[in-house]
Write a protein that binds this ligand. Structure first.
Ligand code: PRF
Length: 339
């Protein structure tokens, strides 16, 4: 899922997004509650109509964003309290409020309100957050008022395999529509991400969607897919695009680089995206250097297409029983800690 935090995948129109092959978009409860407010979105006919995207949508619950983005915050059994970064007013987000907001926004999939402990965190801290996440999930289930929206639970448990497995088992007993693994990719080493995903995913039902939150590098995705993960969200393709970076063949290219100045070939000869079909590296280099807004649109279109094609190739390889062989490069541990 490309990330459309504020009900827009930054710099890309829904029609352009559709052409990348992306099927589902993620938006965020925390941001949309602050601006424009869920009532505006609901009055506009719900999130799909409001933003002009007629494909599937998922909203994250806001828990993670409160913990990672808000300056002033208090977390209690009741919920999380923080100050709006826009006008300073105090806002309380509880499991019930998060679900009410997500019911009003109207995405196809909504997420339970969870507590994502930081890394590193002591076993005691992680145990407390995991227990609270479970009790919050029970409150989310009670508060959920729109049966047509699928509610996914989130497994926390930090880097402690037994806490992860215990949390996953407890969630499975609640028979939810889908399951997410949260609390990874929060600063821990890459090898730990893989380990946690490997011990957690097999406990989650094979026939239901298994979603690894906030992950989207080639290597992390490939390893998670090998463990059974079906769904990801990540800002990387669009965020890198806005930094003038193209994703090509598993590499990151900085388009400001002098080597592209007179290179009139497309980013990737084999890429079917609008950017590669119509524009050269030299043109993109010029746009990025000039900080032209079109640069960000064209690079976002390419980067999203590139990552979606990567997952499409994996899907085909799995069907043809070539996955382990064809993606061996990405299934191996990272050659250094930089990727
Ligand atoms: N919880 C929620 N959203 C998230 C995360 C989480 O732990 C993460 C962690 N990688 C990303 N997005 N609700």
């Amino acid at each position: 899922m490309p990330v459309g935090t504020l009900a827009t995948v930054k710099t890309v129109t829904p029609a352009q997004l559709r052409d990348t092959g992306a099927q589902m978009v993620l938006a965020n409860t925390y941001h949309l509650h602050l601006r424009p407010g869920e009532n505006i979105v609901a009055s506009g006919g719900g999130i799909h109509k409001f933003m002009g995207w007629n494909g599937p949508m998922l909203t994250d619950s806001g828990g993670f964003q409160v913990f990672s983005l808000s300056e002033i915050r208090k977390i209690t059994e009741e919920g999380a309290t923080f100050r709006s970064p826009y006008d300073g007013r105090v806002i309380e987000l509880t499991p019930e409020r998060s679900i009410q907001i997500q019911n009003a926004l109207g995405a196809d999939v909504i997420m339970a309100f969870d507590e994502c402990p930081p890394y590193p965190a002591s076993r005691e801290e992680v145990e407390a957050a995991t227990g609270r996440t479970y009790r919050w999930l029970e409150r989310c289930i009670k508060a959920h008022g729109r049966a047509e929206q699928a509610l996914f639970g989130i497994v926390q448990g930090g880097v402690y395999p037994d806490l992860r497995q215990e949390a996953a088992k407890a969630l499975v007993d609640l028979d939810l529509s889908g399951y997410a693994i949260g609390g990874v990719s929060v600063g821990e080493p890459a090898a730990l991400i893989e380990k946690i995903v490997k011990v957690t995913t097999p406990i989650l039902p094979f026939e239901k969607p298994r979603y690894l939150m906030g992950v989207g590098t080639y290597r992390e995705m490939t390893q998670a897919i090998a463990a059974g993960v079906d769904l990801f969200d990540c800002v990387i393709p669009t965020r890198w695009a806005r930094h003038g970076t193209a994703m090509v063949n598993g590499e990151r290219w900085n388009l400001k680089n002098a080597q592209f100045k007179e290179d009139f070939t497309p980013l990737d000869e084999s890429c079917p995206c609008y950017t590669c079909q119509n524009f050269s590296r030299a043109y993109l280099c010029h746009l990025v250097k000039s900080r032209e807004i079109l640069a960000y649109t064209l690079l976002s279109i390419h980067n999203i297409t590139e990552l979606i094609r990567f997952t499409q190739r994996i899907r085909e390889a799995i069907v043809d029983d070539r996955f382990a062989e064809e993606f061996a490069k990405w299934l191996a541990p990272a050659p250094d800690s930089s990727d």
